[in-house]
Design a protein. Sequence first.
Lengths: 443, 362
Amino acid sequence: MSTHSLPTHVSRRRFAGAMAGAAAAPLLTPSLSNAATKCPAKRKRVALITTIVRKFSHGQHFVDRLLEGYGWHGEHHISPLELVSLYVEQFPETDTSRDRSKRHGVKLCPTIAEALTLGTSRLAVDGVLIIGEHGDYPRDAKGQPLYPRFRFFKDVVKTFERTNQSVPVFQDKHFAMDWREAQETYRDAQRLGFPLMAGSSLPVTWRIPAVEVPLGTPLVESVSVGYGHHGYYDIHTIETAQCMSERRAGGEVGVKSVQAFKNDAVWRLLGERESTRRLCLAALNRSQTLAPLPGYTFADPSIEHLKRVSPFAVAYVFEHLDGFRTTIFHFNGTGTAFSRDTAALNDFTYAGLTQRGDVLSTLMFLPMPPTMSTLASFFSPLVNHIEHMVLTGQTSWPIERNYLTTGMTLFAVDSLYADGARLDTPDLRIRYQSMLGPHFWRG
Amino acid sequence: MKPLRQIAFVLEDFALQTPAQQLLDRFLLGYRRDGGFHKVESIKVVAHLPGGANEALARRVAELGLTRAADVAAAARDADAIIVVPRADFPTPAEGNVTTVLAHAKRGASCFVFGAIGSNLAAARTLATLATARQVTLASGTALPVTWRLPQVDLPANAPVDEAIIVVQGASPLAELHALDGLLPVLERRAGGERGMRQVKFLEGRELWRAGDRREWSWPLLSAALSRSDSPQGDTILDGRTQDLVGLGLVPKLATNPRGWLLEHTDGVRTALLVLDGVVADFNFAVRLADGSNLSAQLFRAPVPAQEHYSQLAASLEDFFRTGTPPWPASRSLLTAGLLDACRQAAAQPGVWLRTPELSLR
């Protein structure tokens, strides 16, 4: 037992529980128990469906924020959502879901249906989180991991249909690795009429500087620069751009074509398109991780410098139906295979060009563990938006954004693996209006 | 605007990722500013580093046109601006270096001391007097006052404040310097401004926690500050979990060599500077306003190797050198120097209030 007195604002019950847990497990200091952390009002109940829960898996980030709370707006925020059930597909030696289930009294269910109904004939939860990221899954021929997001989603939908009930659903990252599955995901949500929100942390994390594109801005072009293995990280860079592009005058009207570029073709593209080059460099001027030359700690982000530090580069060019253009760059450094250690940068930046020729740029900052932090705090705003959706039934952004970015991701990878063929994308005639926002982390 | 044709760096060490390297390179190569890469055009950069050959500095001579000066006086003599940088693990440069710079700088020059201007108030005042006599504008500080905050908040101007806390890590006296340079810029915006310090008390170990329990500093305010951290230690290291570090009573368990200084300002505002190694690994502050609301943020130290907060400081310094207007009040620099000394003296008598009438600002 600690010898110091109880902090005055901490309840005796929470503190005593914490100390008891510490004695039982000296290496793992105690967590809040569900009983001890209940909000005064009855909390909404949620189920979480995931591939795997281990340190730094997406499943872990979501599970622990729901169970342990998280720093939010200057306090340790206890979620108004009560995680009552978990479906976990894989249990490696490093699994933490069983520990969390035991300590917090969360039911670990053998099926998705049971996680949603808790063994009854009706839905027993007020919301569902589908976290299909990480775990041991095969890749398809294009290198995309075959995470079972669609299978998870369909099991949720089947349970909705069987019970004739539905609740808000959050889908982590993009809908699926297959376009037909993505289409079915969107149509199911429309057909059954439940709120569906999806996406990654990029649109909602800190921005440095903390700027937003004012709604209705006459943007003509967007560029986003990032890094990462193709099929895994494309969605991050695409969402970085799209959450800004959609705020342009007239809103989003959809994408008519996609074309991928690789290595030398990327440099030719940058040489030929002055505005794209300008925006690429503007975005890189917001990067805080661009590789310097040996003997220095930072660099002037010129094209020549990029060629030196990142001979391996990929770009995706998206032509929108209103003439707007989005270009995504991944500068993966000197390694033939992606590695965070050899990537030319480790962050995601954006630059947008207005009709007047002004440039707006920012860094979507991810304090990424273990190099920059111990905690992937960028999941906190995402969880907060999920809480809002489950509590109100209102999504923070239109699901059409995620429908479009899913398609942009999948067709971009198709083009990359078709040696840069330009692909017409009639399926991506997806029109929507952005919501007022801002939705990124500011408080 | 004043001409900025020559800048001198008076250095005590030079290696990658030291403040010396980060600042020098930004005036040699340029730096990120306002969404672009800003190059300080047509400027001669001179540096003095004692001792023998330094490979990194020699490379900058060969590749970037850096000029090495034979001694401090030679470096300072023709410069429009001078930046004096101590060793990376020291809070202040050698006093003699600053004195020599001020004695040889041309009239109208600007001088920035990275860190604290001196190791105590008397030394700082002596240097400030010399600077005034020589018509050199003098300022000091680190990148903490100008780095980004997460979130990007500031104390509303003239807001009445009750108390404040900042959490830092590291060895003394750098930890105290970081705490002061992180928090004083926030607090000086309060109603009445900064009027100095009445007394200082040092606490360590269990006494630090007991002082919190006695409300000499605020556990809730510590919780607010730690809620801004991206680097909780303990179980987060083991399995990635989020933790309510204060609510679960983990702070005393995680802290190694916990220590802190309680400052009572002359206007009654109470400040706690807590050095909590082992609890978090970033700098976070919280302020309670008189209306009961809290303001809190992380002082963002950007990732290595670029440490882009030095670009923020370079921008402030270039503006200082071009306008002759220091980036912040000279009284902050004097107060910081005086408080560093007061913190050192207070640490010699833990638990005893050290009266500091000399740190009252009028």
